[in-house]
Design a protein. Structure first.
Length: 94
């Protein structure tokens, strides 16, 4: 999925998980797209991001700028099928 984010659907819809690493102000549009598409993701743990992920109901939050935290979150989403399923189903209903 790396590098394909700018292409949008149908490429993004084929993703099983995603990463939203963001340092700027505001909220990245991609966050809303992944939630709506039911794609669980790992996002930077920033106030602007956390308020839209409903805690960790549709995404896992990782310490901003910590590659290990991002990797651990992605690995968890890829290996915990129940967590992935719950987040995937919950996203479009948020």
């Amino acid at each position: 999925m790396v590098g394909l984010a700018a292409l949008g659907p149908p490429y993004n819809l084929a993703a099983r998980v995603a990463l939203v690493s963001y340092r700027g102000e505001g909220i990245p549009q991609r966050l809303f797209e992944y939630i709506g598409w039911g794609i669980p993701f790992v996002a930077s743990d920033l106030p602007s991001t956390a308020q839209f992920t409903e805690g960790e109901s549709v995404a896992l939050l990782a310490t901003e700028g910590d590659p290990r935290a991002y990797a651990e979150g992605l690995a968890r989403l890829l290996t915990d099928r129940e967590l992935w399923r719950e987040m995937s189903e919950r996203g479009p209903r948020v």
